[in-house]
Design a protein around this ligand. Structure first.
Ligand code: AMP
Length: 271
């Protein structure tokens, strides 16, 4: 391949969120590689690996609207990716034990394993990841730094529906009513963000977001926290002298049987 390579990794069931990543890659790179692979290693046995939506034909049709001639779609089979159970494993360390890692203890090891493999296969100059999966993004950045991997990681902001609901392949599991109930996630984050903009500190910001979500219909909260976007250490309790300038409100919640995640940056007013 001549010229720079931009990589976008996906699990398919593509939507406007994915396409935004592809557009960003297209704008900045001479060649774009999009991978489509539902990576079994990042699903626990009780999770939705089998049910995960797969529609390569629809994905290709969407990609054709944004890709240029010569760009590559890489959609390997399980046998191609894992001809045998991999023996050498990536240990993602501390960040992978927090939040998403509490509910999904093997998830990030599986993510970093496949990200590593696809980096080695595609050899991108730049790889694009969505802010939607903020903890994943933080772990990939940490891996690239810690292992001196020769590429740049770029974050793409969350693409939302008009209602505020973060676009996700898993939204296809939601019934019409659940889709409405799911709006409470982004609304709770906005309530927190707005409170911070009006002068609330970390504790109060988190409290108002929690109160909003706890009162919402049909939502069972897994976690709602205010964290440092790089380390994922909690910022609540940081009210007072050394209050942070900004943080990330992160949430995971079940709407019916579907587990959704979302996050929003919070900027604190100088006090
Ligand atoms: P997935 O197919 O869910 O593994 O996602 C593939 C990539 O698309 C990841 O980098 C995600 O963070 C990103 N992504 C998924 N949904 C969105 C969204 N609504 N906005 C921005 N990026 C997204």
């Amino acid at each position: 391949m001549h010229g720079s390579v931009g990589l976008v990794m996906t699990m398919g069931a593509l939507h406007q969120g994915h396409l935004q990543l592809v557009r960003a890659a297209r704008e900045s790179s001479e060649n774009v590689i999009v991978s489509i692979y539902v990576n079994p290693l990042q699903f626990a046995p009780n999770e939705d690996f089998d049910a995960y939506p797969r529609d390569l034909e629809a994905d290709m049709a969407l990609l054709e609207t944004v890709l240029a001639e010569g760009d590559v779609v890489f959609a390997p089979s399980d046998e191609e990716m894992y001809p045998r159970e991999p023996l050498v494993r990536i240990n993602p360390g501390l960040i992978a034990t927090l939040f998403e890692g509490t509910t999904r203890p093997t998830h990030f090891a599986g993510v970093l394993q496949v990200v590593n493999k696809v980096f080695n296969l595609a050899r991108p100059d730049v790889a694009f990841f969505g802010q939607k999966d903020a903890q994943q993004l933080s772990l990939i950045r940490t891996m690239v730094t810690d292992l001196d991997m020769p590429l740049e990681i770029r974050a793409v902001p969350i693409v939302r529906e008009e209602s505020g609901l973060a676009r996700s392949s898993r939204n296809s599991y939601l019934s019409e009513n659940e889709r409405i109930q799911a709006q409470a996630l982004s609304q709770a984050l906005s309530v927190g963000r707005d409170a911070a903009a009006r002068g609330a500190g970390p504790e109060q910001t988190l409290r108002v977001a929690r109160e909003y979500l706890d009162a919402a219909d049909g939502v069972r909260v897994d976690y709602l926290e205010l964290v440092d976007p790089e380390t994922f250490q909690s910022l609540a309790g940081a009210d007072g002298v050394a209050a942070p300038a900004a943080g990330l409100l992160i949430v995971a919640a079940y709407v019916g049987p579907t587990r959704l995640i979302d996050n929003m940056e919070v900027v604190f007013r100088e006090r």
